[in-house]
Design a protein around this ligand. Structure first.
Ligand code: FES
Length: 505
């Protein structure tokens, strides 16, 4: 695994390299023997073949967020007026996600976004969730390694942005960085081991302002890098930025902001009181731990709909289906529920009981795979069959239950029924691709009318842009991070019961 990383090839590491996900298979040559890259020790020179399915391909990045009007308050540029002319002061807003990194080149005088670039977070080669990164950075050298990876990635994005726009990197004076608490700490090279053990404390929740040269960022060395405040160990500055971008602080209506990923982050409340929580959904909704699952990459089924007697699929890249990603998974499970193929407990219904209820085409998709009942989504002949089996339905239930239980526990904290939630803002890469109807059908979100659910795109990036150009927004971010009360939902006495209840569809 490390050798592949050094060669610049990032393998799938859904289980963080502990040998359980089987997504990192490689072939030893010339024998063709298949081994797990994360478990195999190299003793001498070796030739291997890395199958396409084991590679971590770049997936659809969500670079765009809601655009918030920031006219009139941009003032950070003023501190550079002595050394640069007004039209030559630029900044970069960066959102460091566990999986992807998004950077925007911004005109500091008015906050206009000139270009956006995104890349895979190169730390993914050490594991695809924050826990495996924390485990990897068990000493200072390893932490520095992760830090070098992310600064190198940001520098590459800066070069690309400059290339795209013709802006000289020398005129980039300011950078604002947001990310979850682990990403924030790695970027600042702060200790992270305590984030991996209860009570999961951040080393620092504060904003930091550091000279660019100190963090080895390729911009004007006289420039500054600003990181936004974190809220708690598992709710980082990206959530602060989302809260800033959607202006949840002035919400008159009861608002729920949800950012769905390996960790789901939630903020619920109004301008009077705001609560946040983090739910460990695991990577199933990102396609991991699902037999035919993958990230949102070419060949992945991203949508499933019922048409007149059968189902239709949408596949990324309009090619034969090779896998299914998170949004496709949620659609597929919703469709299976709708057709009665699985029941409310998630169990496959006996095909004999479906004969009069579904069309012959649908019935022919029900079969057995790896000793379990399964539903074939695609059998194009171009690749193996793409299906969901009983185990995959269970994994989906566990992931959706983690998020829904988190939401329910926050609702209980305020004393809210589902109908009391007046707006649900879905943020983040995944949130933007799921279909609202399907998310409601499988019970991922509270039962509210469709029109109350709004996609807000990469709101963390938008919040970073706001804090990049304006002191007023930096002050607001600080207030928000203090004001939002973090709830450790796993410590709530009702957690187990609410979680078990949320497993049902
Ligand atoms: S089995 Fe190797 S990374 Fe999961």
């Amino acid at each position: 695994m490390e050798a592949a990383g050094k060669a610049g090839i990032i393998l799938n590491t859904f289980c963080g390299g502990i040998g359980t996900c089987k997504k990192c298979l490689i072939k030893l040559e010339p024998s063709g023997q298949a081994v797990l890259a994360c478990q195999y020790r190299i003793k001498s020179d070796l030739t291997v073949t890395i199958p396409r399915d084991s590679r971590f391909f770049e997936h659809k990045y969500l670079a765009h967020g809601i655009e918030t009007d920031i006219d009139g308050v941009a003032d950070i540029y003023e501190k550079y007026l002595e050394i640069s002319s007004l039209d030559k002061i630029f900044g970069i807003a960066v959102d460091i996600g566990t999986t992807s990194v998004v950077a925007k080149l911004i005109k500091m005088i008015d906050g206009e976004c000139l270009a956006t670039e995104a890349a895979l977070n190169p730390q993914s080669k050490y594991g695809d969730d924050v826990i495996s990164r924390i485990a990897y950075a068990h000493n200072e050298d390893k932490l520095s390694e992760l830090n070098r990876d992310i600064t190198g990635c940001i520098n590459d994005l800066v070069i690309k942005l400059c290339h795209k726009t013709g802006v000289n990197a020398h005129f980039i004076y300011e950078m604002c960085v947001v990310g979850n608490t682990t990403m924030n700490h790695i970027f600042l090279e702060l200790p992270i081991s305590q984030l991996g053990q209860a009570p999961y404390k951040a080393f620092s929740l504060d904003a930091h302002d550091l000279p660019a040269w100190k963090l080895h960022i390729a911009m004007n060395p006289a420039g500054k890098i600003h990181t936004v405040e974190n809220i708690a160990g598992f709710v980082g500055s990206d959530t602060t930025a989302v809260a800033l971008a959607v202006d949840i602080d002035s919400a008159e209506k009861m608002t729920l902001a949800v950012d769905i990923g390996t960790n789901g982050e939630l903020v619920l409340g109004t301008k009077d009181k705001l609560y946040a929580a983090s739910c460990a959904a695991g990577p199933a909704l990102e396609g991991a731990r699902i037999t035919c699952g993958s990230r949102a990459t070419e060949g992945a089924i991203e949508a499933v709909v019922v048409n007149e007697g059968d189902i239709d699929l949408e596949v990324i890249g309009n090619c034969p289906a090779r896998s299914i990603c998170g949004s496709g998974l949620i659609d597929a499970v919703a469709v299976m529920l709708e057709l009665g193929i699985i029941d409310l407990t998630g169990r496959f219904v006996e095909p004999a009981n479906l004969k009069d209820k579904v069309s012959p085409a649908i019935l022919s998709r029900i079969c057995e795979q790896q000793g379990e009942p399964a539903f074939i989504l695609s059998d194009s002949g171009a690749a193996d069959k793409i299906f969901l089996r009983q185990k995959d339905i269970r994994e989906t239930q566990l992931a959706k239950a983690a998020i829904r239980a988190g939401i329910k526990l926050l609702q209980k904290k305020i004393g809210l029924e589902d109908a009391d939630i007046e707006r649900i803002l879905l943020a983040g890469a995944f949130g933007n691709y799921i279909r609202k109807e399907s998310a409601l059908r499988i019970g991922l979100l509270p039962d509210v009318p469709l029109e109350r659910i709004v996609f807000v795109g990469n709101a963390a990036s938008s919040g970073a842009r706001m804090a990049l150009v304006s002191q007023q927004y930096r002050d607001k971010a600080r207030e928000l991070a203090k004001k939002i009360e973090y709830i450790e939902i796993a410590h709530e006495p009702e957690f187990q019961d609410v979680f078990a209840d949320s497993i049902l569809f």
